[in-house]
Design a protein around this ligand. Sequence first.
Ligand code: TXE
Length: 468
Amino acid sequence: MSVTYDSLLADITDPDGREITDPATDEVVGKVRFQSVDELDDAVARARAAQPAWAARTDSERVELLMKAADAIDAAAEPLAELLSREQGKPLNGPNARFELGGCSAWLRATAATELPGQTVVDDDETHAELHYRPVGVVGAIGPWNWPMMITIWQIAPALRMGNTAVVKPSEFTPLSVLALITVMNSVLPADLLIPVVGDREVGARLSSHPDIDKVMFTGSTKTGQAIIRSSADTVKRLTLELGGNDAGIVLPDVDPKAIAQDLFWGAFINTGQTCAAMKRLYVHTDVYDQVCDALLEVAGNMPMGRGLSEENVLGPLQNRKQFDIVARLVEAAKESGAKILTGGDPDTSAAGNFYPTTLVADIDNDNPLVAEEQFGPALPIIRYTDVDDVVKWANGLDVGLGASVWSSDRDRAREVAARLEAGTVWINSHGGVHPMIPFGGVKKSGYGMEFGVEGLKGVSVPQVING
Ligand code: TXE
């Protein structure tokens, strides 16, 4: 039977549940029942019981089932994208909801197809030693509200591929999207491999201290990451923490401003700026500063923002009021400091939804709060520099380091600057692109552990040496 928007919602909503509203219209999207800590415990027990049989299956059986789950996502992609758009706010088009759904199935397939074979590490007359990777057990996946489906897949695809089971706690802001995605996947997967538990912070806290959870995959704020480190200490849980950042983009003087403007724009404004590895501060050499600002302004003027379900839009609202308030506060601080608002900065607070207009802020100092704090929204500060040593110091001056980018027509020159940046990934002439085979993770307070590809499979495994 084919999945429709109504059938999806009917499967996951509860008339007595908590209202989840559309951040573009404030209308109710659906109601979802929030679960208790006891229900979480029950889910963990079921995932624990199901894990040995899943791990005992052959690699090819697991791969085949995960490929089927990817097919199921593709078959339901349009209603899933509609639900994601209504709940998260992101438009259907542009690098948004349909793009996220396409990413989910592609990622699942690529991860399923990735191998992590054991290897011989010493083989001589006296010793034969092999290193193997075993499933870690039950993985707890705790996710955010910005790319709720994609990040769930990033967490669970490697976990299932390696023979683990998973208990998934979505963000309280976007539970419907994750419940719907997992319901679709579970229509083809064996029972209890993948169990969603919708809950508030207490449920997340219990998951990260639970004695039967072996590993936590977390994407969210640094503050919550720190809480998870603390609450996981007694059980010595394995952790992969992706804690966001405040990525710098550095434009060298030899660029063609018009040629890079569109990529600069999307590097910063993808998902309306609500992306962990989006460019959040842009440093531009004084020789090309005005031209880059002009070119960005032109691109920004051609990017419609509005309700996600309207096909023409490519930018949407902030997902929640809390995030809107953060962006508004930081832009106000920039204005008060005398920075120049090239566009935006004037939200219509009487209108429905959490829309904050695309905002470009020029002539702003490096120590301004809009530069130093993570805005996580559609407001980009553009800082002028003259000396590359200064800009490297500024880029490295914060206690986070997820991504960064260097823009130049001279690749070697860009790579020299890239090597000096404290960030888990440095892109050259682009920003924020991820790939299922390229490891991704942060340095400093952006977290630790790598996701994706072979490194990602290692992250949900325990190494075991067989010596003899
Ligand atoms: O994240 P939280 P929020 C940044 C962004 C944003 C800020 C806060 O700057 O303004 O984080 O966003 C669960 N133990 N990012 O409040 O609080 C919680 O229920 C275990 C960056 O949404 O970190 C939710 O499921 N879990 C980020 C998840 O943690 C706990 C993406 C994330 O919540 C918990 C989103 C606890 N003690 C926001 N407390 C990125 N890296 O991309 C809460 N949770």
